[in-house]
Design a protein around this ligand. Sequence first.
Ligand SMILES: *Cc1c(COP(=O)(O)O)cnc(C)c1O
Length: 380
Amino acid sequence: METNTNDKILYLDLRRISESFQPQLGQAVERVLHSGWYLRGETTERFEQDFARFCGTDYCVGVGNGLDALTLIFLAYRVMGQMQEGDEVIVPANTYIATILAVWRAGLRPVLCEPCADTCNLDAAEAERLVTPRTRALLPVHLYGRLADMERLSDLAAAHGLKVVEDAAQAHGACQPTGGGQPRRAGGLGDAAGFSFYPGKNLGALGDGGAVTTSDPVLARTVRALANYGSEQKYVHQYKGVNSRLDEVQAAVLDVKLPRLDADNAHRRAVAARLLAEVEWGRIGIRVNVAPTPDNVFHIFPVFTPRRDELQRYLLERGICTQVHYPIPPHRQEAFAAEYGHLSLPVTERLHREELSLPMSPLLTESEVSRMVQALNEWR
Ligand SMILES: *Cc1c(COP(=O)(O)O)cnc(C)c1O
């Protein structure tokens, strides 16, 4: 399908993405519809097995959304006796607020860490400075789809007896470089990981969904029980749990989309490669900090400039829709004014002032990318 050159380039065209999975997507939903079984059934079980295999973990537990996935990991560590109320978890200060809310909701203390200004990810050296006797975990976020420095963070965790929990909500399929052998993927790089299948993520449902991946059998069982009213056996409740489950319709949708995830991520990487090669970033005075390598699945293509708002307006005039991830950092949000309002985090604050996300999707066409390149190169 040719797109008219006057058409808007949407930031992310979810309708077009859903339609690219037809007719299989509709058929999968219909199969669930006609099965008469909508929760905790074989479709969810199949997806959990497929996604665990994809991530290289022994277990995957489907849950209601990404926030719950992270929250349930920490609640599980608490009922397992490995973390106590008020224990500390080090998180990057420039994350989406869900990361911090998850720790908070589990009764633990999120300790905000300035990110590495270049990678935008958790900085191991900064994190080390924040370790105290109460620290129990590091919670790296693979922000914008780029893996955090898991090697250095794992070393830091090992040195202090900390858990490493990945917020993998933006990084489905991101691979750690290995010298040959099986690639190690986001979700299998720490002790546990939380995923979101929010529709706009690289692997997205037709509504809310999430998952916990881990190779720890006790953690997997505890998360599964906590997510099901604290129960492993019907009407027998071991914990004060919650209700947070991936449903059969969403699992069916995700199982249709999962086999194309690597190819979709490769397309995003190819778009990124063209933007990186063809836009004269230095000349136009816009910073980019990414490379089209397997450790980045380009959930977002971020660029940085002090003239961010001006650039956003200019691109919109050219029919190119962009977003900002994120306009207000968590420590400047009213919700956390009491806890973090006094903090000054200049690296984080600068990223939030200067970041602009260009359109990025597995279905961007060559001509759309060419229009983006031309518009950016004409920016003065
Ligand atoms: C999307 C996202 C979440 C939350 O996922 P939901 O499914 O929307 O609850 C958590 N962390 C990060 C980094 C995210 O991007």
